[in-house]
Design a protein around this ligand. Structure first.
Ligand code: CS2
Length: 418
């Protein structure tokens, strides 16, 4: 059995689908860390739900039934801990978002996982792989450290393989639910919508066994890092760039932002001039082709991926997605013009929080208030997320100039002139 933390749309459209399609009988028990809504919906429909795959005008519906059980962590805490310690559980996966790794409170996913692993060891329940599926650098080691901070030790029979996951899964809309109902003839409050593309790269370190995910396209590799960099810097870097510049120029969806020629040009230049020159291609990957494929995927209008959704939690995402590119370009003697502009767009989004037309943009970031207090000083803003870069005069000057230009002329005009 697999135990999963994080019952969001991404899990339902990725790990649950891979596990069902692998076809070797593994079942999933999924834990909702906060909201009971999806638990309620899934229980009411026998834990079956619809995956809609959309591309352009095409839409297909598949019933997913690999999630057999759900738990609501705040009200079923003891069962969650008991499941972590259950000898039948051989794999634990997590999609808990970037910010959850810093939260080790007793009821948090990390807190519950640590408590369960301690009980598991005490009971001699056997080996288990704990698999982070979040968009972090070295997500396996990061998760291990988080557990270690709570427990003081990590049992030897527990592994933390690193992984890279990739599938665009926007929040489900009422229209998606209506489409699911129309295609299946049943109401489905837990339906999810995704693009056709799906990738999963994993380090093969599963001491208690695992589903044959490789049958359905997962890649098991010795070193995940090159894949991780490419995915986080190209796909997520461009996503965040388009989310901030898109929101600030009045675009609701990523695909709409990319239809705007000045934003498309920014995304292309970011990839070509800043990101790719400092990346190493993983085996079998052609980087320019990968970059073009990412943009083509983002142009999929049927996805309705909101800029506001991707813009969320920028203080945790931007450092992972854009600052590595900034640092590596500087180290190679270049000036990461477009990555700096993207960072400036994020800072404007989180501190000024109005678009070019003066309308408020949605900001949802645990550090928004802190950052707003520093808004008068670009250098201090940069120092708040990257102390090393705040000592880099050229970077500070570049980002300060972009911020001043955004304020004076608006983001769109700056992009037109750039
Ligand atoms: C997005 C990601 O919400 C976000 O921040 O950039 O969720 C993105 O859609 C996935 O990583 C794609 O694999």
């Amino acid at each position: 059995m697999i135990l999963h933390f994080g019952l969001g749309a991404f899990h339902r459209a990725h790990q649950a689908v891979h596990t069902q399609e692998a076809g070797d009988g593994w079942a999933i028990c999924s834990v909702a860390p906060r909201s009971p809504d999806v638990v309620r919906a899934l229980r009411a429909q026998n834990h079956r739900y619809t995956l809609l795959v959309r591309e352009g005008e095409d839409v297909s519906a598949t019933e997913i039934s690999s999630v057999r059980r759900t738990l609501h962590a705040p009200t079923e805490t003891e069962q969650v801990i008991q499941h972590v310690a259950d000898p039948a559980v051989r794999v634990i996966t997590l999609t808990i978002t970037e910010k959850a790794y810093a939260d080790a409170g007793p009821g948090s996913p990390i807190g519950l996982l640590a408590a369960g692993l301690a009980r598991r060891t005490a009971a001699g329940a056997g080996p288990v792989a704990v698999v982070s599926c979040d968009n972090l650098l070295s997500n396996g080691p990061r998760l291990r450290e988080a557990v270690l901070r709570v427990s003081g030790s990590v049992p030897e029979e527990v592994s933390f393989p690193a992984t890279v996951v990739d599938r665009m899964v926007p929040a489900t809309t009422p229209e998606d639910l209506a489409t699911a109902a129309k295609l299946t003839g049943r109401e489905d409050l837990a339906a999810v919508v995704a693009e056709p593309y799906s990738q999963w790269v994993l380090q093969d370190d599963f001491p208690g066994g695992r589903p044959a995910w490789e049958r359905v396209g997962a890649q098991f590799v010795a070193d995940v890092e090159p894949y991780e960099r490419v995915k986080l810097r190209v796909l997520n870097g461009v996503h965040s760039t388009l989310a901030y510049t898109g929101a600030l120029t009045g675009h609701e969806y990523v695909s709409g932002a990319l239809d705007d020629p000045v934003l498309a040009r920014l995304a292309e230049r970011l990839i070509r001039e800043d990101v790719l020159p400092v990346l190493t291609a993983p085996p079998g990957v052609d980087l320019p082709e990968y970059g073009a494929q990412v943009l083509a995927r983002m142009r999929n209008r049927a996805l309705r991926h909101r800029c506001a959704q991707i813009a969320m939690d920028g203080s945790l995402k931007v450092p992972i997605r854009l600052l590595g590119t900034v640092r590596d370009r500087l180290a190679a003697g270049g000036m990461p013009r477009w990555a700096c502009l993207a960072v400036a767009a994020w800072l404007r989004h989180v501190t000024v929080s109005t678009d070019d037309a003066g309308r408020p943009v949605e900001v949802d970031d645990p550090r928004a208030d802190d950052l707003r207090r520093l808004a008068h000083s670009p250098r201090r803003l940069i120092a708040a997320v990257a102390p090393d870069l705040a000592d880099h005069a050229e970077v500070v000057a570049r980002i300060s100039a972009d911020l001043a230009d955004f304020a004076a002329y608006g983001v769109r005009e700056c992009l037109e002139r750039a």
